[in-house]
Write a protein that binds this ligand. Structure first.
Ligand SMILES: [Cu+2]
Length: 657
């Protein structure tokens, strides 16, 4: 039954032509278009056999052009490509016109570093294996070079290599042993193929350890779960899919999978009494950073910009498991992505689109209504961590964005084997405190934070919007507040980008009201959507540190910018680069007007992760996120009048055991 419903969903998407949909200016590139792009680059002698592709994406047409486009008329179809060759400093960006097969622009940026590549580890092996000092450092630990394999990351504070050279930290670990050889690192310049520096701290843990690192034993099924709970849809699905367009209940929207940002939600509209009303032009998670909190050079380099440096790991196919990653009633749709060699591939089960039980819609006394949600889910895996992103559209007009954190936490080798042991003098510690949680003898899961930046191009009832900050405040006790209980909401309307650099504040229940200054509901209120923060974190790294300069978006949890082409990535296009800082602080320094303009809202969701022993060897999914809720968008509860499904009438309580 389970299998059957899945096949039906899969058959449906093929029938409606999802795979090669190219019917709208925002539809992602097809496999044919990706191949066409690389062919055009080859024909123009821009690439060689040694070229690695960072990104091959749809170059979205300007917003005004998309909004004005009519079905059946010609549409702009361009691809943005950035590519890299180890032998050449910098990166090359090309825009290709897919309609004419011509190059629109070619730009070489010599001072930036492109994204991390699978090929980096291989490149590292050939360089470090020939370095006598490095081989000697291993030998001092009793380790032969042939027993070692390497991984690479971007150093936090680049600068040993000339600017634009690909500088990486090479980290050794023993074959078939997932804990690093602590205290030994090599700075390598991949461009000049030179070892720049060896960091060799003696005494750190470098033994082999039985890690139980998500191996065959740790994932063997040894016990049965609870009796199955199955979802049935006796009348079929209410979801209507047409290419990348989704229509469900009052919601209308589109989606796409981007090679850098992953799931992108487009053109979100609500049907209100037969009228289509816009809410959001484009929503995505264009950047994130995961800084780690132990005071070693390696840990300081652990600040992964998983989107900007690793394009969310999307170069490797990791399809969803129907029924586990998303419910069995979901439509599992494929996405077309590309590998770092430029070849396209189809990721099956990439996106799950489903209806789910949404709990109680509302109730009073014995009158109650059942809620159903529309959910769109996408998973990414970047090395050890897995992230799920679900956009949930509710009948009351709310959009909940859910981030799911799972996978394997980052660990380091330590001498201690028991939490009762004091930290070893050679392990990283501060005043008797370790910088992580012991999850196995000799294995410590490192304290860290995750920050996710959401870019929300809001279009509430039209392009021109404004933002009001809502702070709830107590009236000072006195004649205006004789009993001390009075509080009110102070609305502050931001007029420029500088004013709208804001932090969360739980004391004032701070929310942000994205509203249309020109449109009012029946009560005379501005129509709007409120951004309500979820659980949060603020960075521990102080301003001025390299991470804070690169991830300038961490200065605040909330930002507003005037819509501008080219302002897509909040830490700039190439966050791995040395001393090239771009993004929200730089853009908002222009202090453009945002009082009644086409605006983009940026929300930085954060979490401080102190690992629990129960999160080893794989982490139970943890959820965080935020909500966009209609606030004055309607004039009353928009779900009034909605009947419960018929089958509820036939339900009866379970018999007594
Ligand atoms: Cu974590």
């Amino acid at each position: 039954m389970h299998k059957k419903s899945f096949i039906t969903a899969a058959a449906l998407c093929v029938a409606i032509g999802i795979v090669n949909a190219q019917t709208y200016p925002l539809d992602p590139l097809t496999a044919g278009e990706i191949t066409k792009v690389t062919t055009i680059l080859k024909d123009n002698q821009l690439v060689t056999a040694a070229t690695w592709y960072n990104i091959i994406n749809l170059k979205e047409p300007p917003k005004k052009e998309v909004q004005a486009w009519q079905p059946g008329t010609p549409m702009r179809r361009e691809a943005f490509v950035s590519f890299y060759d180890y032998a050449r400093p910098g990166i090359t960006e090309v825009v290709v016109d897919l309609n004419t097969s011509k190059l629109v622009s070619t730009k070489t940026i010599p001072n930036v570093i492109g994204m991390g590549l699978e090929a980096d580890s291989l490149a590292a092996e050939t360089i470090v294996r020939n370095d006598a000092s490095y081989i000697a450092a291993l030998k001092r630990r009793g380790i032969a070079i042939d027993d070692v394999v390497h991984r690479t990351i971007f150093p936090t504070d680049l600068g040993l290599a000339p600017i634009g050279h690909r500088e990486q930290l090479v980290i050794p670990h023993l074959q078939n042993n997932r804990v690093d050889i602590e205290g030994l690192l090599v700075y390598v310049d991949f461009t000049s193929k030179k070892v720049l520096k060896i960091v060799d701290e003696s005494g750190r843990f470098s033994d082999r350890v039985d890690l139980n690192y998500f191996n065959e034993d740790s994932i063997r099924d040894t016990r049965k779960g609870p009796a199955p709970v199955k979802i049935t849809m006796p009348e079929g699905s209410s979801i209507h899919l047409d290419g990348q367009a989704i229509s469900w209940a009052n919601w209308r929207l589109r989606f796409g999978i981007d090679n850098r940002e992953g799931l992108v939600i487009y053109n979100v509209r609500l049907m209100d009494n037969g009228k289509e009303r816009s809410v959001l032009y484009r929503g995505s998670m264009p950047e994130m950073v995961v800084p780690y909190g132990a005071p070693s050079l390696l840990q300081a380099a652990y600040n992964f910009f998983d989107a900007g440096e690793y394009r969310l790991g999307q170069g490797i196919a990791r399809p969803m498991t129907p029924g586990a990653d998303a419910p069995e009633n979901a439509f599992y749709l494929p996405a077309t992505l590309h590998r770092e060699d430029g070849t396209p591939y189809e990721l099956r089960n990439a996106v799950a689109i489903f209806e789910e039980y949404g709990g109680t819609l509302w109730r009073h006394g014995t009158v109650s209504r059942r809620a159903t949600n529309l959910a769109i889910k996408y998973y990414t895996q970047i090395e050890n961590y897995d992230y799920g992103f679900t956009w949930r559209f509710k009948e009351d007009g709310t959009i909940d964005v859910d981030i799911e954190l799972t996978g394997i936490v980052e660990v380091q080798g330590v001498h201690r084997t028991n939490a009762m042991d004091a930290p070893d003098k050679n392990d990283l510690s501060y005043q008797g405190h370790s910088f992580g949680t012991l999850v196995k003898p000799h294995v410590e899961a490192i304290n860290h934070q995750h920050f996710f930046v959401f870019r929300l191009d809001m279009d509430v009832d039209g392009d021109n919007n404004g933002v009001m900050e809502m702070n709830s405040k107590a009236v000072p006790a006195g004649t205006a507040n004789p009993y001390g209980n009075a509080f009110y909401v102070e609305d502050t309307h931001f007029m420029n980008e500088g004013q709208a650099r804001r932090n969360i504040n739980y004391e004032s229940a701070r929310c942000w009201h994205i509203m249309n200054p020109s449109v009012h509901n029946a009560l005379g209120q501005h129509t709007g959507y409120m951004l309500m923060p979820g659980s949060q974190a603020v960075p521990f790294m102080p301003p001025g540190t390299v991470v804070r300069k690169k991830a300038g978006f961490l200065d605040h949890q909330f930002w507003v910018t005037q819509y501008a082409e080219g302002e897509e990535y909040p830490a700039g296009r190439y966050p791995a680069s040395n001393k090239v800082y771009d993004g929200l602080p730089q853009w908002t320094a222009k202090n453009r007007p945002i009082g009644n303009n086409d605006i983009v809202v940026w929300y930085v969701a954060g979490i401080t992760h102190i690992v629990r022993p129960e999160e080893w060897p794989v982490m139970p999914a943890h959820h965080m996120g935020f909500s966009l809720m209609p606030f004055g968008f309607f004039s009353e509860n928009p779900t009034m009048g909605q009947a419960n499904p018929e089958f509820l009438k036939d339900l009866h309580p379970n018999p007594a055991p």
